[in-house]
Design a protein around this ligand. Structure first.
Ligand SMILES: Nc1ncnc2c1ncn2[C@@H]1O[C@H](COP(=O)(O)OP(=O)(O)OP(=O)(O)O)[C@@H](O)[C@H]1O
Ligand SMILES: [Mg+2]
Length: 508
């Protein structure tokens, strides 16, 4: 196999963190090479070194592209050398259209005048070639995160890349979108494009990989042919130990009903009369984990947002907390009434990336920790440190800036922030998206522990094993309506999927 990339002895330090320590990595023409490792192992950093985000001079070691040592100063220079990267954090400009984003900074022009009809025509063609069901004239802010991810992919592929880096590309995609993506990747592979694939989803890693490299704590643990590995072996290499069963096995002691929702309906804010949540009723008891299952578009996040007072569209229904009818008109109302919400899009709602872990973690509970009027920094720091310890957040101190944490560790900070509000009811929307197996296990046992302590938990997850493994009861939504409800012992993947796709006709 012809080598198109060699990274030799790469090192990269941040203040107080050695993110990469002598990493070696290579890629052949048309090769699919997966890069795996725990949160904070250094995967994204390695790819940012490769793609010019961290310019030559800020890292140690050599990057050799097509046999030549290259010293990229900018992302543009790496792009010109045929390297395209889809970053873990989406980087689209929300106010612009799909097509404008795809050609941003590379608009076809004549004498400085942008040829917009060409921009739209080329984008249409590209989206068609890639089989992406998107209108180039849609503004990105009107797309869901799944669709935005597809725009990122189109953007990365718009300049004939020979080497494509995908950093957690499927975290927000539905199963059918993942299938579409892999069709595209297969096609690119056949055309000789080399791919570096980063994912915590090992099923995907094994779908196409020729080789797999495992990083741990900034070092290469090893590079092996995928054929010589299996999932358990990869996990053991990543974590440095056997993980075993990742779901806790306990039965919860159920108490009184903590939250009851009656006839909740929520309308699309943009399309009037379109119901995204349609007459849903449910309850969750103290000490219970209620899973909510459904495909993308089932209305799960909308349901939680509405209860939380964060839905911008029209809505109706009744919310009863601890037996009391409780109107909730804003997130502040919800928090005051003991509801916590770990949202699905942590960048948009969960974290202020420029601020410290401490300021983020204590944001939702300032009053409780610091007293009504004065903030007590020392107590805040101590509380943050405690949460960081119990959730195993990998960071040097509570004063670390949230934006510098690895994706998985950012997610743990969001969870920690809500735990500090000491909620009675906790909503978790995709709580382990982008989180490694070891950290998942930690979060699962934390969820279980919280339920044992009497918290009522509502868990939305697209990962069926997660819902099945954690929930005492599962509610299934399809196109905004309840299409199934199963106790832990009744629930099987087949039954839940049938209800989620609307195939089981037993509407309840
Ligand atoms: N800009 C930065 N400033 C300071 N530290 C950083 C910065 N970027 C990354 N780090 C640190 O470097 C280490 C490696 O982070 P990196 O983002 O590469 O991990 P990762 O393997 O991609 O993890 P994940 O699976 O969670 O995305 C972490 O300890 C992280 O906190
Ligand atoms: Mg990363």
């Amino acid at each position: 196999m012809k080598k198109i990339l060699e990274m030799r002895n790469i090192s990269k330090e941040f203040p107080g963190v050695k993110a990469l320590d002598g990493v070696t990595f290579d890629l052949g023409e048309g090769e699919f090479h997966s890069l795996v490792g725990e949160n904070g192992a250094g995967k994204s950093t390695l790819m940012k070194v490769l793609s010019g985000v961290y310019p030559f001079g800020s890292y140690g070691g050599d990057i050799v592209v097509a046999g030549e040592v290259r010293q990229f100063q900018t992302v543009r220079q790496a792009e010109e050398a045929g390297i395209a990267i889809i970053f873990q954090e989406l980087s689209l400009v929300k106010e612009l259209t799909v097509a404008e984003n795809i050609f941003l900074g590379k608009e076809p022009n004549r004498f400085g005048i942008i040829n917009w009809s060409e921009v739209y025509q080329k984008s249409s063609q590209l989206l068609k070639d890639l089989n992406l069901p998107l209108d180039p004239r849609t503004k990105v802010e009107n797309l869901g995160i799944g669709q935005q991810q597809l725009v990122e992919i189109a953007k990365a592929l718009s300049h004939n890349a020979k080497l494509l880096v995908l950093d957690e590309p499927t975290a927000a995609l539905t199963e059918s979108e993942v299938e579409t993506l892999f069709e595209i990747l297969k096609d690119l592979k056949a055309r000789g494009v080399g791919m570096i694939y980063i994912s915590h989803k090992l099923d995907e890693v094994f779908m196409m990989s020729d080789r797999i490299t495992v990083l741990r704590d900034g070092r290469t643990v090893g590079t092996n042919n995928a054929a010589d590995l299996d999932k358990d072996k990869v996990i053991a290499l990543m974590v440095g130990r056997e993980v075993g069963d990742i779901f806790p096995t306990t039965t919860h002691e159920l108490g009184e009903t903590a939250l009851e929702v009656k006839n909740l309906t929520a309308f699309d804010p943009d399309v009037s009369e379109k119901k995204l949540v349609d007459n849903v009723s449910f309850h969750v008891k103290k000490g219970e984990v209620l899973g909510i299952s459904g495909l993308m578009g089932a209305g799960r996040s909308e349901l939680l947002m509405t209860i939380f007072g964060a839905w911008r569209g029209k809505h109706s229904g009744e919310i009863i907390i601890d037996g009391q009818k409780t109107p909730i008109n804003s997130p502040a109302d919800a928090i005051r009434n003991g509801i916590g919400f770990v949202t699905e899009d942590r960048k948009r709602f969960g974290l202020i990336l420029e601020q410290t872990i401490r300021d983020n973690a204590t944001l939702a509970c300032l009053k409780q920790i610091s007293g009504k009027f004065i903030t007590d920094r020392a107590r805040e720091t101590a509380a943050t440190r405690e949460v960081m310890r119990s959730l195993h957040v990998k960071a040097s101190s509570p004063m670390t800036i949230a934006g510098t944490l690895s994706g998985g560790n950012q997610q743990k900070v969001v969870l920690g922030k809500w735990l500090l509000t000491k909620p009675k009811v906790l909503f978790l929307d995709e709580p382990t998206r982008g989180i490694d197996v070891g950290a998942k296990q930690e979060i699962y046992s934390e969820i279980n522990l919280l339920a044992e302590k009497g918290l009522a938990i509502v868990l939305v997850s697209s990962e069926l094993p997660e819902v099945l493994g954690l929930s005492d009861r599962i509610l299934v939504l399809h196109e905004g309506k309840t299409t199934g409800e199963f106790s832990r012992s009744e629930a099987t993947p087949e039954k839940v999927m049938a209800a989620a796709t609307g195939e089981s006709k037993t509407l309840i």
